[in-house]
Design a protein around this ligand. Structure first.
Ligand code: BT5
Length: 347
């Protein structure tokens, strides 16, 4: 962690205040250096009080993503998981081992084309897996098949993660499943809202899309070089922030819950949950995760039509198989294994 991340972690761990002398000793820097860092943090929008009796105290943080703050929060959540006020349930993955890969390096850009592009460059430069890139806005945010992803400034979480999994290209569907389950848990935990998964990569609230996931992969025939998980979460948009063409199909956590959500808190909860699910895949526990996916997946048991390239399949979505593919019983009684494509839920 950087010095600022350590300072923010200490301030969060000690809400009633922490002394400059204590911080200086912990961080092995001078008290003057601590004072200078506090000043920088204030300029970045952190409201930090100072007083002779309590030392330094964090009063509020800006609604902006800040890499050091995200690292500090992630560290703090691991050390002392906190309960959101409305949600008495235990931290969802409190009992699942994490391996601290996802989020060990976090970078934030004010604007970029697409965070997937930034990660692609880092991947080619040989950066280790687990790096996460957030952007406050994207000028060319994309969905699957060249579709556009609307990413208004400071309203959502637009981010990508680099993974270098030891999986075959076919097995990478597991990562889409892991992303969907982790995001569902994190959002339900932070907001208390009921979220369902629409196979393979959307999360919906009240039938409207609130999360999209774009998984991109670089692979040889039998070996994955790297996978990029691109995730878009609609957090604090108002209805008018969505362009008219998607107003009927998209929603945000603020619209659904009636209150603004801390993007930083949500971001780090998501990273924690993703890390836990990635650890589950690594330790051979995908079946556990697949069960959770199936439970949260609104597509199972529904009549669907699936567009796969130029082919259209109609039938009933019966189950997920071991790799996370959707099994669809067609009108003619055949069981089709669907690994990609666009699913429409039929009425
Ligand atoms: C997806 O594609 O749902 C994947 C979206 C992934 C976005 C993230 S943001 C960070 C990273 N960087 C990127 O450039 N992308 C990833 P797809 O299933 O093809 O859905 C795209 C469709 O969703 C569009 O055609 C619209 O109908 C709708 N849409 C666009 N923007 C939306 C938004 N903000 N919220 C909800 N729906 C949206």
């Amino acid at each position: 962690m950087t010095t600022d991340a350590k300072i923010l972690a200490a301030l969060r761990a000690n809400p009633s205040g922490v002394s400059g002398a204590h911080l200086a000793e912990e961080l092995t820097i001078s008290r003057a250096a601590i004072w200078a860092r506090m000043d920088e943090l204030r300029q970045a929008g952190y409201n930090i009080e100072a007083g002779p009796h309590f030392g330094y105290r964090l009063v509020s943080a800006p609604d902006a993503l800040h890499a050091d703050d995200l690292l500090a929060r992630l560290h703090g959540q691991r050390e002392h998981p906190r309960q959101p006020e409305h949600n008495p349930q235990k931290h969802p993955t409190a009992n699942i081992a994490t391996h601290h890969k996802i989020g060990r390096d976090i970078r934030v850009f004010e604007e970029t084309t697409s965070t997937n592009d930034v990660i692609e460059k880092l991947a080619r430069d040989g950066v280790p897996e687990g790096v996460v890139v957030f952007a406050e806005s994207q000028t060319k945010g994309r969905g699957r098949l060249g579709r556009k992803w609307v990413s208004p400034t400071h309203k959502g979480l637009w981010f990508s993660i680099l993974l270098r999994p030891e999986l075959s290209p076919q097995e990478t569907t597991q990562l889409t499943a892991a992303s969907a389950t982790a995001l569902r848990r994190a959002i339900q935990y932070v907001t208390g809202l009921a979220v369902v998964i629409k196979w393979p990569n959307d999360l919906l609230i009240g039938g409207k899309k609130v999360v999209g996931i774009l998984t991109e992969m670089s692979a040889e025939v039998d070996r994955v070089r790297h996978v990029i998980l691109g995730i878009g979460v609609d957090v604090n948009q108002e209805v008018e922030d969505f362009p008219p063409e998607i107003r009927n199909i998209a929603t945000s956590l603020k619209i659904e819950s009636g209150q603004a959500i801390s993007r930083a808190e949500l971001a780090t909860t998501i990273l924690r949950e993703l890390d836990a699910d990635y650890a589950r895949i690594y330790s051979g526990k995908f079946s556990e995760l697949a069960d959770e996916w199936e439970t949260g997946c609104a597509t199972i048991g529904q009549k669907v039509s699936v567009q796969m390239g130029s082919r259209l399949i109609r039938g009933c979505a019966e189950a997920l198989d071991d790799d996370g593919a959707l099994l669809v019983r067609t009108e003619h009684g055949h069981l089709e294994r669907v690994i990609g494509g666009d699913v429409t839920l039929e009425k």
